[in-house]
Design a protein around this ligand. Structure first.
Ligand code: SF4
Length: 380
């Protein structure tokens, strides 16, 4: 694994096809990241069918109504898997249930919203001719993209409802500008011509498992080599967590491989928070391994869906979880399980849909190597 920008796939040929700029919505920043508001495109390296992700792949932080006021959406079994939701399940099956099955609302956070804003700025900067993609220009995009974000996601305004003087907002916008500026120390957008930005991808594996996600940027070198790039507004993980951080990228690489029969030459994570670039050059065996892992994960999700056995797995990341009030680990009670339960016996304490920790014999694992992606709920 490398942690430098040396030897990366060549910047895309300026003549390479450039996708029409997506018109709607914003990128996400949580590790994950995908939202129904994010734009989709079918052009370029990874054609995809735009489809709502909200049914099975809700974006954390996009809901603002108090839970008491929000009508519960109709629950449906999960039908596809994204990197973010796969990460949720590996981190905590009960969290996955709350987000995908129950679709409990979550409050936007300053960190996640700042990430969304920075992603939007970096995406829009490529609208400009190459020579004009400068740091001052990128920073100048911040206020306008913030205005647009407030229009498309009015709930983010609540973040600064208690800031009538605008001091905290000004500081927050300044932090976003700093992150944007740091990007220029890591990449040179005047030498890049992405073939895709905020690319929605979706692929159905031979097993029928549908994978989907949104790739921040796709570069294609004149030689045809594909580089997948993802921006993170947080800090680079410690080396022992790098594998978890790369899981999302290998997921995308698998989707691209299945769609185009091309193994991406390079996966690149750009950490704006710490000024690091993490790269990995996958081989076919990596993608096959990820595919097996996802199949095992999907089987575990299907089993949990049918049995209602969603186990809490407390970690330090619980501090980022919006659902402690519903979590038995914190004295809460999950909402009634909204799906039919296979072979339902007596309800466990807390009702169907949750298994008390004391009765959990074996933690649900995603199987195989790779570990648990860290920081799924924190800022990316
Ligand atoms: S508080 Fe922790 S254990 Fe409970 S649902 Fe959230 S992540 Fe899982």
């Amino acid at each position: 694994m490398e942690t430098s920008t040396e030897g990366v796939a060549q910047p895309a040929d300026a003549d390479a096809a450039q996708a029409d700029p997506p018109s709607a919505a914003e990128p996400t920043t949580t590790a994950e990241p995908a939202t129904a508001e994010r734009p989709t495109t079918t052009a370029g390296a990874a054609p995809a069918t735009p489809a709502p992700e909200t049914e099975t792949d809700p974006q954390p932080g996009t809901e603002t109504k108090p839970e008491a006021e929000a009508p519960r959406p109709v629950a449906i079994p999960p039908a596809s898997l994204s990197p973010s939701r796969a990460g949720d399940f590996m981190q905590c099956p009960l969290l996955y249930r709350f987000r995908v099955i129950d679709r409990l609302p979550e409050k936007p956070s300053e960190a996640a919203t700042r990430g969304t804003l920075v992603h939007a700025v970096l995406e829009r900067l490529f609208d400009a001719p190459a020579a004009e993609r400068t740091a001052p220009r990128a920073k100048s995009l911040v206020p306008g993209q913030w205005d647009r974000l407030r229009e498309t996601r009015p709930e983010v305004v609540d973040l600064f409802a208690d800031d009538p003087e605008g001091e905290r907002l000004a500081r927050w916008l300044g932090e976003a500008e700093q992150l944007v500026e740091r990007w220029f120390t890591l990449e040179d957008p005047t030498r890049l011509e992405p073939v895709e930005r905020e690319l929605f991808v979706e692929a159905v594996l031979d097993s029928g498992l549908k994978l989907r996600g949104i790739i921040d940027r796709v570069d294609v070198a004149p030689t045809g080599e594909v580089r997948i790039v993802d921006y993170k507004t947080g800090k680079a993980p410690r080396p022992e967590y790098a594998e978890g951080a790369l899981f999302q990228m290998k997921f995308y690489a698998l989707v691209v491989w299945r769609l185009k029969n091309v193994v991406p030459r390079r996966l690149q994570l750009v950490y704006l928070g710490s000024g690091d670039v993490l790269t990995y050059d996958p081989v076919l065996a990596d993608l096959e391994r990820v595919e097996r892992k996802l199949h095992a994960l999907w089987e575990a999700i299907r089993e949990a869906t049918e049995t209602g056995d969603w186990r809490p797995r407390p970690t330090k990341l619980c501090g980022w979880c919006d659902h402690q009030a519903h979590c038995p680990e914190f004295g809460g009670t999950p909402p009634p399980y909204p799906l039919p339960v296979r072979g339902a016996g007596p309800d466990p304490v807390g009702g169907p849909g949750v298994v008390p920790r004391a009765e959990q014999a074996v933690p649900v694992r995603a199987a195989e190597s790779g570990g648990v992606p860290q920081g799924r709920m924190g800022p990316d």
